[in-house]
Design a protein around this ligand. Structure first.
Ligand code: COI
Length: 380
């Protein structure tokens, strides 16, 4: 049924080499000063999100005429960057997010790395950055996670968050695509993105800021989209909200996304909807997984235009029973309150959201069969 799949989903469905086939393709330079075991255990004792990093990183360089070269798994550390590096001036940067999970038998797996490889390249095309072959992307992940395998935590809700990214490093101040880039992947043992667990988050719908507009870079995973979300986020935080929901810039009427997460709406009749891909919102990997799982359970699920006014009225009338956010970092997180100019509604934290969370994480952790071939073994 590939004709119904997005270009990204089709690319993600391509067969991948195994981790054993890729493991040696990036050269490993081991850290001479690895983190002591006690220090790692201490970090594992208070896992937050994205604040501790492992001993190694993947690193490769692109130069025009040479392509991607010097593919290394090297000690984690600061980069040497020319102050004229064009990323510092014009923001030519893209990134990804995926996780490595420890299964009960001690083996380590990741989830849909082919999807992230394909999305990195979709972002690369929009930002005029050279594509990284999917095999290199996955080899970098396999090499890094194998080098830092002890850093994959096993506590419930924990994982090793992987952050691949590409930045323009050519020292040049003219406004054009750079001729030199670095690709890196760093790894961070992480717990829940939201500390409140399954209580649900409070979301402010921004009446005046947008994260991306028609023809812009909203569908790409690029730092600039996140930078533009920071002021609205700060302002919302001051009022006690956890996240900001952005409306589409063309009409300021329809739900787009939360900046770092997609949104799903669950209706009382059992149907489910999520904002359709307009080119302004990011096609989230978790979004695709949820759509697939629901469709295969014959749930009436649509990718649709969701007007804010309609959503608020439907929450008030009880037609909408649950709303949740999803993303790699946030997994599946209920939205318990939605407020904006002229409205403030509470939403039930319900069973549909919980069962979707359970199903997604059960596949990721190997607790349920994986008929989709989404899990990818990194090491035994
Ligand atoms: C992710 O979910 O992996 C993201 O990249 C969103 C956010 C943490 C930036």
């Amino acid at each position: 049924m590939t004709e119904n799949l997005s270009a990204l989903e089709q690319a993600a469905a391509q067969p991948l080499p195994t981790s054993d086939e890729l493991a040696e393709s990036w050269t490993h330079i081991p850290s001479v000063n690895p983190t002591p075991v006690e220090k790692r255990e201490e970090i594992f004792g208070h896992l937050g999100f994205g604040s501790d990093f492992t001993d190694h990183m993947a690193h490769a360089i692109f130069e025009e005429g040479k392509g991607w070269h010097t593919k290394l798994i090297e000690p984690y550390g600061p980069l040497t960057l020319d102050p004229a590096a064009s990323v510092l001036h014009y923001g030519q940067e893209i990134f990804e997010g995926l996780k490595a999970y420890r299964h009960d038998d001690g083996s380590v797996w990741t989830f849909r790395p082919g999807y992230n490889a394909a999305r990195l390249n979709a972002s690369a095309r929009r930002l005029a950055i050279p594509e990284l072959p999917a095999e290199d992307f996955i080899a970098s992940i396999v090499g890094l996670v194998r080098a830092d395998e002890d850093w994959v935590p096993s506590a419930p809700g924990s994982s090793l968050y992987l952050r691949p990214f590409v930045l323009a490093t050519e020292p040049f101040l003219g406004v054009r695509a750079a001729h030199k880039y670095d690709y890196l992947c760093i790894a961070s043992p992480s717990g829940a993105y939201f500390t409140g667990g399954f209580e649900g988050i409070n979301v402010w719908v921004s009446p005046d800021y947008h994260r991306a507009g028609p023809g812009g870079t909203g569908a790409a995973k690029s730092g600039g989209n996140y930078a533009s979300s920071l002021v609205p986020k700060l302002e919302a935080k001051e009022e006690g909200y956890d996240e900001v929901c952005f409306l589409d810039a063309a009409t300021n009427k329809n739900i787009d996304e939360l900046g770092g997460m997609n949104v799903f709406v669950v209706y009382e009749d059992g149907s489910v909807a999520t904002p359709k891909l307009t080119g302004n919102i990011l096609e989230g990997g978790t979004r695709g997984v949820i759509l697939r799982l629901l469709r295969d359970k014959n749930v009436d699920v649509s990718e649709a235009t969701i007007p804010l006014a309609e959503l608020v009225a439907d929450i008030e009338s009880g037609k909408v029973s649950e709303v949740f956010a999803c993303g790699t970092a946030a997994v599946v997180t209920p939205i318990a309150r939605l407020a904006g100019e002229g409205f403030d509604v509470s939403i039930n934290v319900g069973d549909v959201t919980k069962s979707i969370y359970d199903q997604v994480t059960a596949i990721q952790l190997g607790h349920e069969p994986d008929p989709y071939n989404w899990t990818y073994k990194i090491s035994a």
